[in-house]
Write a protein that binds this ligand. Structure first.
Ligand code: U5P
Length: 377
């Protein structure tokens, strides 16, 4: 008989890999019969349909004039403590060391030690903030005091150790995709709206932050389309969008590139694509490449951060040094021209996504961590 847990989840529920994975994990845990309470500043965008095991508690941040800055962290800590007491939660699973783990630790002090805190590191807080001396002690504190810490790639664990000198054991729990959502969809007629049958479709999905190097995507595409008939889809929005648009115009590619903006059902767009481009400067996991993989779409990426743990060079995609757009373009065109290799790679993608990054196995891994910290093996 399963020991039903009452779990609180805090994440940034907006676009981005961490919010998506935290929400999906919560949904899967609820499906398994656990009671899941999302405690966030807005409704997680992929929460979807009603489930009697899922609850949502909104963190309201009041902007009183005595505060120079709205105190999100304090409002969150106080809401966490309230919900833990009211709903008798067993544990809080928080995404990001700061601010979320720090807030959860404060809530733990308020309600008592029986509350356990599991913290998942997604990258940004470690790679960006740990280099800021003023915050590194606080991040180290959040990690050391959490009852368990997980990270989404081996590379992120190494980086956390190197940058912060953390010795505490960190569990590796890869990101995952729900195989009922991410699979090759039947999109033949939709595909016709984007490209002619003889054209290949390349896709890039991101938040268009500088770290994604989206202008490299344009460079790579420009080289590829000089070799083979091709089109490019951009999905998502963010600060670099106007720069990217300028580059597309400058290269005379406007009629070959479609900007789809933010999209909810990316599995559809992935299914009609032939290749994903992810030339990031830094990537602790690269969730979009896994989503592509699960739809049978290989990725040409940079070899940054955790990407090599996800994409096996020559098997499920190709990797090149950051900024090496020539090499990435070469890999992309040669793969797209070689039908037999492409087919092999597609099959390898489907297999790897299904068996290595399977939602069932990774959800079970998190459950084991929860039972471990609660002393209920
Ligand atoms: N995403 C969307 N729609 C968009 C842009 C991104 O759903 O328009 C999702 C991706 O599918 C992925 C996450 O799940 O946001 C970004 O992941 P990452 O870039 O943090 O790896």
């Amino acid at each position: 008989m399963m020991d039903r847990l009452k779990i609180g989840i805090t994440c940034y529920p907006t676009l981005g890999g961490s919010g998506v994975v935290a929400t999906e994990l919560g949904k899967l845990l609820a499906e398994k019969g656990h009671e899941v309470h999302f405690i966030t500043h807005s409704m997680p965008f992929r929460l979807g349909k009603f489930d009697r095991n899922i609850f949502y508690h909104e963190v309201e941040v009041n902007d009183y004039y005595v505060f120079k800055y709205p105190p999100y962290d304090l409002s969150l800590a106080s809401k966490l403590a309230q919900v833990v007491k009211l709903e008798e939660l067993d544990l809080l699973h928080v995404h990001y060391a700061i601010p979320h783990a720090v807030c959860a630790l404060l809530a733990k002090q308020m309600v008592g030690d029986q509350l356990k805190v599991v913290t998942t590191l997604h990258g940004t807080d470690i790679t960006v903030l740990a280099q800021d001396e003023s915050l590194s002690d606080l991040i180290r504190f959040a990690i050391d005091r959490s009852d368990a810490v997980t990270a989404v790639s081996g590379d992120l664990i190494t980086e956390t150790r190197n940058l912060l000198g953390v010795e505490k054991p960190i569990d590796l729990a890869y990101n995952f995709v729900d195989k009922r959502v991410y699979y090759p969809r039947e999109v033949a007629s939709l595909r016709k709206e984007f490209a002619h049958p003889d054209e290949k479709i390349l896709i890039h999905i991101s938040n268009f932050r500088p770290v994604k190097r989206v202008t490299d995507v344009v460079e790579i595409f420009d080289k590829v389309r000089q070799d083979i008939p091709a089109r490019l889809l951009f999905v998502g929005e963010g600060p670099e969008l106007s720069k990217v648009l300028c580059k597309v115009k400058e290269k005379g590619l406007l009629d070959r590139v479609t900007f789809c903006g933010k999209q909810d059902d990316v599995a559809q767009l992935l299914s009609l694509s032939d290749l994903m481009l992810l030339p990031s400067e830094k990537e602790s996991f690269g969730l979009v490449a896994l989503e592509a993989m699960a739809c049978g779409v290989p990725t040409v990426a940079s070899n940054a951060g955790g990407i090599p743990e996800l994409i096996t060079h020559g098997e499920t995609g190709f990797l090149a040094p950051i900024g090496d757009v020539d090499q990435m373009a070469l890999y992309a065109s040669s793969l797209l021209k070689d039908e037999a290799s492409y087919h092999r790679m597609k099959e390898a993608c489907l297999y790897r996504a299904r068996y290595t990054f399977c939602n069932d196995a990774i959800t079970r891994q998190y459950e084991e961590i929860y039972y471990r910290v609660l002393g209920r093996p």
